[in-house]
Ligand binder design. Structure first.
Ligand SMILES: NC(=O)c1ccc[n+]([C@@H]2O[C@H](COP(=O)([O-])OP(=O)(O)OC[C@H]3O[C@@H](n4cnc5c(N)ncnc54)[C@H](O)[C@@H]3O)[C@@H](O)[C@H]2O)c1
Length: 249
């Protein structure tokens, strides 16, 4: 596979210190991109970038804060140039269903999972448009198609919104050389599954997943890598399922 055309392009991966985010950063670095590891200060993006090695740089920010996003993207642009690739991966999980979800929790989940992707997208799109090339990849979830098997209402709705945001921006910028796609994974081997679900929930899920195992972060990262690469230039407004056969559509 020829990924060489990506050499030197600049990517921002939000939630880059997390289990999946880190795998995506590694994959993009392997393809020769420079990668800004965007995450909360407390997640230690400096340490993550240092351990990822050459080409990785820290980008501390709270994606739910529009002023912080604008400032961080402006600072990155000044230091490194325009952003070519944005992966909206930062996300928080809530398993509470409707009645148990407090309005503050609803807002918090929407703020990170949906608003954050919107703030980042609007900050990087002018630069992509000017150079007539760009890639946005949004990490959605099977939750938005299934109604949330274990995931709660705010999470499910936020990922539904993120999918609609994907479609909306994809249509808006299709003529500008920019593709916008999503990935809908289910049950990645990350703390969201290993810590936020009970052993009983995990065993029940394994029985329902036809491939009989949980998803490795690298398997999602490889799909992101494909969506970023020149190989996928005619795909836009698509949400790719990565769920081991748990759901077909
Ligand atoms: N784990 C799964 O099974 C699964 C399934 C489907 C979708 N996803 C999605 O994949 C993405 C990554 O999840 P993960 O499993 O790696 O989780 P994770 O908790 O390991 O990583 C999430 C990262 O996002 C960061 N983050 C949280 N709030 C932030 C904010 N306000 N600003 C900046 N960064 C913030 C966290 O610090 C963390 O590093 C999420 O969007 C999640 O919804 C995960």
């Amino acid at each position: 596979m020829e990924f060489g055309k990506l050499e030197g392009k600049l990517a921002v991966v939000t939630g880059g210190c997390g289990a999946l985010g880190r795998a995506i950063c590694k994959a993009l670095l392997a393809d020769g991109l420079r990668v800004a590891v965007a995450d909360l200060e407390r997640a230690k993006p400096e340490e993550a970038a240092a351990s990822l090695g050459r080409g990785a740089m820290p980008m501390p920010l709270d994606v739910a804060d529009p002023a912080a996003v604008a400032a961080a993207v402006a600072a990155l642009r000044k230091a490194q140039g325009d952003v070519d690739v944005l992966v909206n991966n930062a996300g928080i999980l809530s398993n509470n269903k409707t009645v148990q979800t407090e309005p503050e929790e609803w807002r918090r989940v929407m703020g990170v999972n949906l608003d954050g992707a919107f703030y980042l997208s609007r900050a990087v799109l002018p630069g992509m448009r000017a150079r007539r090339w760009g890639r946005i990849v949004n990490i959605c979830s099977l939750a938005m198609k299934s109604g949330g098997i274990t995931a709660g209402t705010a999470y499910t709705a936020s990922k539904g919104g993120l999918s609609a945001l994907t479609f909306s921006i994809a249509r808006e910028v299709a003529g500008d050389g920019i593709t916008v796609n999503g990935i809908a994974p289910a049950y990645i081997k990350t703390p969201m599954v290993t810590e936020q679900l009970s052993e009983a929930q995990r065993q029940a899920l394994l029985k329902q997943i036809p491939v009989g195992r949980f998803l490795e972060p690298e398997e999602v990262a490889n799909v992101a890598r494909f969506l970023v690469s020149p190989l996928s230039g005619f795909i836009t407004g698509e949400i790719i399922d990565v769920n081991g056969g748990l759901h077909f559509d």
